[in-house]
Design a protein around this ligand. Structure first.
Ligand code: NAD
Length: 486
C-alpha cells in the first residue's frame, strides 16, 4: 500500500521568532524514504543565517527582563502551552517524520508525535518543582547561596532517526532551565521542524528563545565553534561526536554527547522464548524504528544450551514482521532513512556473510517493494563477538546471534564492546536479571523489555557518549552553579 501526503515547501527560516528570508538561495530537498519521491523542501541555512540565529538567541538570553530571568513557573507555563500546541500538531508531525525517515507511522504517532509532548510537560513540571537557589551557613561565617543559573545559548545538533523526540531531549530541559537554543536538524529530516516552529510561535515563546537552522555537517560544525554559543548538545554518530568533543575541548565549551551503540540483549537460560508473549517487548528492544535506534540490543547473546531455540525464535520473529510503506498503519518495518543509509546497511550484511556468519533469514531487499530504501529484517547466527557486525553500529534491521557458554561469559561478551548505551536481560527471574544488569557497563538497561523513562537519566558510557539527557540531571546539564557569599 502506498500512502500519499501533501508536499511541504517553505521559503523561510525560523529565526528570532519570525519566518525570515534566508541569506542564500541554497535549499534542502527531502525525499520520501518509502517512495523516493520529493515530499518537500526548505532553505538550507548558511553561515550568515547561523550568525543571525545565534545573535537572536544571545539577545533573548541576555535580555534583563527576558526568558532567562523569568520565574521558573512562568517558563513552565510557556512550556505547557508549547506542549498543547505540539499536541494539536502531533498527527502531522508523525506523518512528516514517517514519510521522511521511514519510521512506521504506528511508532511515529507514539514516539515522534506523542513523546515530545510528554517531555515538554515533564520538564515544565520539573521547572515548577525544582529549587533554583539554596542557602546554607558559610563555613567561616555568614551565608552562602548556591544558584542554578541557565548556562546560556545552546547549540543543539539532532540526527534524523528520531528528529522531534531527540530535539525535545535537548530543548525541553534547556528551555526549562532558562536557556535559549539554536537547533540544527539533520538534512534528511527538516520538514517536521517547520511544524515545530509553528507550535513555538503559537505558544507565544518569546522571540529568539528557539531558532532553527537546517543544514548538514558543515553548518553543524560552524554552530559548534560559534563564539556566541555557551553549550553544545549533540546526538549522532560516534565519529561526529568525537570531532565535536575535540572542538569543544579546545574552546572549553561544555558538551553533552549521545552517540552510537551496539548493545547486548542477554538471553538467560531461563528466558521465556514464547514469541506470542514477548514479541512486542523484543521488538522495542531490538528492532524499533527499522533498527535505526541508538539503544537497541542488536547483539543477541544466546546460551549454547538453547542456541537453536533462540535462533529459531528470532528467525520466526523477523519473518513475522510486516515490511512496507512507512505510512501504512500495518507496517512494522519501514525503509532506511536514506539511500546512503541502505547502502551502509547492505555493506554490513555483505561483510557479515563474508566474515563467515550464518545468514538465517533476510539479507536482501523485499521482493514486493520496488521503490524505497528497504532492507529485509535480517538475522545472522554463529556470529563471533569480534566480527565487524558484532562490533560496529549497523543502524538497520540486522541482528547478530552470538553463542555463550555460562553467564560469566555472557557478561564478558556484553561488556566486550567499545559502546555502552542500552541493553536488555531476558529471564524468568526478575531479581536475577537485575543482578546481571548491574554487571553490564552501560548507561541504561532493561529487564524483559527496554523503555526509555523521561524522568530518569539516559545516556552512554565509553564510545556511547558523555553526560546524560532526561531526568533532573538533564536540566542540570543546562545550568551553571554560582555560589554567592553573603
Ligand atoms: P552523523 O553523526 O554524521 O549526523 C548526525 C547529526 O550531526 C546531523 O545533524 C549532522 O548534520 C550532524 N553532524 C555530522 N557531523 C558533524 C560535525 N562534525 N559537526 C557538527 N555536526 C555534525 O550521522 P549520519 O551520518 O547521519 O549517520 C551515520 C551513522 O551514525 C548511522 O549509520 C548510525 O550508526 C549513527 N547514528 C547514530 C544516531 C544515534 O542516535 N546515536 C543517530 C544518527 C546516526
Amino acid at each position: 500500500m502506498t500512502q500519499t501526503m501533501e508536499q511541504l515547501h517553505v521559503d523561510t527560516l525560523f529565526i528570532g521568532g519570525e519566518n525570515v528570508v534566508p541569506q542564500s538561495s541554497a535549499r534542502i530537498e527531502v525525499r520520501s524514504a518509502s517512495t523516493e519521491e520529493v515530499i518537500g523542501s526548505v532553505p538550507e541555512a548558511s553561515e550568515a543565517d547561523v550568525d543571525a540565529a545565534v545573535a537572536a538567541a544571545r539577545r533573548a538570553f541576555d535580555d534583563p527582563n527576558g526568558w532567562s530571568q523569568w520565574e521558573p513557573a512562568r517558563r513552565a507555563d510557556a512550556l505547557d502551552r508549547l506542549a498543547d500546541e505540539l499536541e494539536r500538531r502531533a498527527e502531522r508531525i508523525a506523518q512528516l517524520v514517517s514519510a521522511q525517515n521511514g519510521m512506521p507511522i504506528a511508532i511515529a504517532v507514539q514516539l515522534e508525535g506523542g513523546f515530545p509532548i510528554a517531555l515538554v510537560r515533564y520538564f515544565a513540571g520539573l521547572a515548577r518543582e525544582s529549587t533554583f537557589e539554596e542557602s546554607h551557613p558559610h563555613m567561616i561565617g555568614g551565608t552562602t547561596t548556591v544558584r542554578r543559573e541557565p548556562i546560556g545559548v545552546v547549540g543543539a545538533i539532532v540526527p534524523w532517526n528520531f528528529p522531534e523526540t531527540l530535539a525535545a531531549f535537548k530543548h525541553a530541559p534547556a528551555l526549562a532551565a532558562g536557556c535559549t537554543i539554536v537547533i540544527k536538524p539533520s538534512p534528511e529530516t527538516v520538514l517536521d521542524g517547520v511544524v515545530f516552529a509553528e507550535a513555538v510561535q503559537a505558544a507565544g515563546i518569546p522571540a529568539g528563545v528557539v531558532n532553527i537552522v537546517p543544514g548538514g555537517r558543515d553548518i553543524g560544525s560552524y554552530l559548534v565553534s560559534h563564539p556566541g554559543v555557551d553549550k553544545i548538545s549533540f546526538t549522532g554518530s560516534t565519529a561526529a561526536g568525537r570531532s565535536i568533543a575535540e572542538t569543544c575541548g579546545r574552546l572549553l565549551r561544555p558538551v553533552t554527547l549521545e552517540l552510537g551503540g551496539k548493545s547486548a540483549s542477554i538471553i538467560l537460560e531461563d528466558a521465556n522464548l514464547d514469541l506470542a508473549s514477548i514479541g512486542e517487548n523484543l521488538f522495542g528492544a531490538t528492532l524499533l524504528n527499522n533498527g535505526q535506534t541508538c539503544f537497541l540490543g542488536t547483539r543477541i547473546l544466546a546460551p549454547r544450551s538453547r542456541y537453536d531455540e533462540v535462533v529459531g525464535m528470532f528467525e520466526a520473529f523477523a519473518n513475522s514482521l510486516a515490511v512496507g510503506d512507512a505510512l501504512d498503519p500495518a507496517t512494522q518495518i519501514g525503509p532506511m532513512a536514506s539511500e546512503r543509509q541502505r547502502d551502509r546497511v547492505e555493506g554490513y550484511i555483505a561483510k557479515g556473510s563474508g566474515d563467515g556468519a550464518r545468514l538465517v533469514t533476510g539479507g536482501g531487499r523485499p521482493d514486493h517493494l520496488d521503490k524505497g530504501w528497504f532492507v529485509q529484517p535480517t538475522i545472522f547466527a554463529d556470529v563471533d563477538n569480534q566480527q565487524t557486525i558484532a562490533q560496529e553500529e549497523i543502524f538497520g534491521p540486522v541482528l547478530a546471534v552470538i553463542p555463550y557458554g555460562d553467564e560469566d561469559e555472557a557478561i564478558r561478551l556484553a561488556n566486550d564492546s567499545d559502546f555502552g548505551l542500552g541493553g536488555s536481560v531476558w529471564t524468568s527471574d526478575d531479581d536475577h536479571g537485575y543482578e546481571v544488569a548491574k554487571k553490564i557497563r552501560t548507561g541504561t538497561i532493561g529487564i524483559n523489555h527496554y523503555m526509555v523513562d523521561p524522568s530518569s537519566p539516559f545516556g552512554g558510557v565509553k564510545d556511547s557518549g558523555i553526560g546524560r539527557e532526561l531526568g533532573p540531571e538533564a536540566m542540570g546539564s543546562f545550568q551553571q552553579l554560582k555560589s554567592i557569599y553573603r
